[in-house]
Design a binder for this molecule. Structure first.
Ligand code: ZN
Length: 134
């Protein structure tokens, strides 16, 4: 794994939170994107070399809406950048980690993504992401 790619934060209202985090960082988001397959709206902020992703559920069945209903707003996941997501999935499965989706999915921000089940990672939802080469 190369580095922390971004940290995901679950929010109830992305417009309100975009304003709040723009105030916090002194700079507005650089990208907003809906990932319809996951039922989320996302926005991305750059903070130095790091990124923060805000996630808002677009329907009650979305994983983000369910997360907020259960735990409230807050830190949702940590994403790590990898060079070859399929090799990493294989490696981590061999190490006993539970992978939530066997095949990488197209996520936000031009990435292939996979999530590890928080039960196998001390309660932290971990995302692996690989940049899609154009
Ligand atoms: Zn993410």
């Amino acid at each position: 794994m190369n580095k922390i790619e971004h940290i995901g934060i679950a929010v109830k209202n992305i417009d309100d939170s975009n304003e709040l985090f723009a105030k916090l960082f002194g700079e507005t988001y650089y990208k907003m994107e809906e990932v319809a397959s996951e039922g989320v709206n996302t926005s991305f902020f750059k903070v130095g070399e790091s990124k923060i992703e805000l996630l808002e559920g677009t329907n009650d069945d979305s994983p983000i809406a369910k997360f907020i209903a259960k735990k409230g707003e807050g830190m949702h996941h940590i994403a790590f950048d990898v060079d070859d997501i399929n090799t990493e999935i294989k490696r981590l499965k061999n190490e006993g980690f539970k992978v939530l989706n066997e095949l990488p999915k197209k996520g936000a921000d031009n990435k292939l993504v996979v999530f590890l089940h928080p039960k196998s990672t001390n309660g932290v939802l971990i995302e692996l992401c690989q940049e899609i080469k154009k």
